[in-house]
Write a protein that binds this ligand. Structure first.
Ligand code: GLP
Length: 240
């Protein structure tokens, strides 16, 4: 696994965009796996800027999102469907028919999405990371070979995500549909981004700890083409 440490958030976004651009320019119908949360926003801004400057088009790019809350309408401002449209899709020329975001609330819906992602074959998967090491919504102790499934969110994740719901954790959905860790590992290339000191512990466990289901992101140590891009704060606890 490659680890890139950048000075700040801005440099992280530029580095991540470089890796995305390389994949987009390498094939006719590139497939991106996309993530939500505050971390990838800088990357999405770079993607929007490149489109506005007419340096890039996303018309032929196919996307698969990692996860979605269960129980929020698509047009709820905090649904991941809304997040992706507001921050990336509506500001660029992605085609609605190329966009895939998981939806549904049962095992059958999850299997249907799994099938689509596997057939789609993600070229580059973008990931953020939760404070407890989760990727997508795969909380600690999710089996490494898991496929798309329905999850109960941990109390820690509900509390962390309450900031998007006026700080009220009773408004945060308690369930989600998420690609599994096995689904994520199927991507040809993975780029995980982490920012800020709150992520320093889980980044240390991910990069230097044992590969363990207690830290879902630690499985990336076994991926043949995984890169972790960090700002100095998220990298602060790594051995120098
Ligand atoms: C949510 C998402 C994850 C994301 C994590 C971290 O739980 N399901 O995909 O990585 O939050 O969010 P943030 O980037 O806002 O710290």
């Amino acid at each position: 696994m490659n680890v890139i440490i950048c000075k700040d958030e801005k440099e992280v976004a530029k580095k991540a965009f470089e890796l995305v651009e390389k994949v987009l320019k390498s094939k006719e119908n590139p497939v991106l796996g996309l993530a939500t949360g505050s971390t990838p926003l800088g990357l999405y801004n770079e993607m929007v800027k490149a489109y506005q400057n007419k340096e890039i088009s996303y018309q032929n790019v196919v996307t698969y999102n990692l996860d979605e809350y269960i129980g929020l309408a698509k047009d709820h401002p905090e649904s991941y469907y809304s997040f992706m449209h507001t921050n990336l899709f509506d500001k660029t020329d992605f085609k609605e028919s190329n966009i895939h975001i998981p939806e549904g609330s049962n095992q059958q819906d999850a299997l249907k999405y799994e099938d689509e992602v596997v057939k789609g074959q993600v070229d580059l998967q973008i990931l953020g990371i939760g404070r407890n090491g989760h990727i997508g919504f795969n909380e600690p102790n999710t089996p490494f070979d898991s496929i798309t499934h329905i999850v109960d969110l941990t109390q820690e994740t509900i509390e962390d995500n309450a900031r998007f719901f006026d700080g009220d954790k009773s408004l945060v959905p308690t369930k989600a549909i998420t690609m599994g860790i096995g689904t994520i590992m199927h991507a040809k290339e993975i780029v995980l981004i982490a920012l800020g000191s709150a992520k320093a512990d889980c980044i240390k466990d991910t990069v230097e700890g044992a590969v363990s289901e207690q830290t879902p992101a630690s499985i990336l140590q076994k991926h043949p083409n995984a890169t972790i891009i960090l700002d100095e704060l998220a990298a602060a606890k790594l051995a120098k």
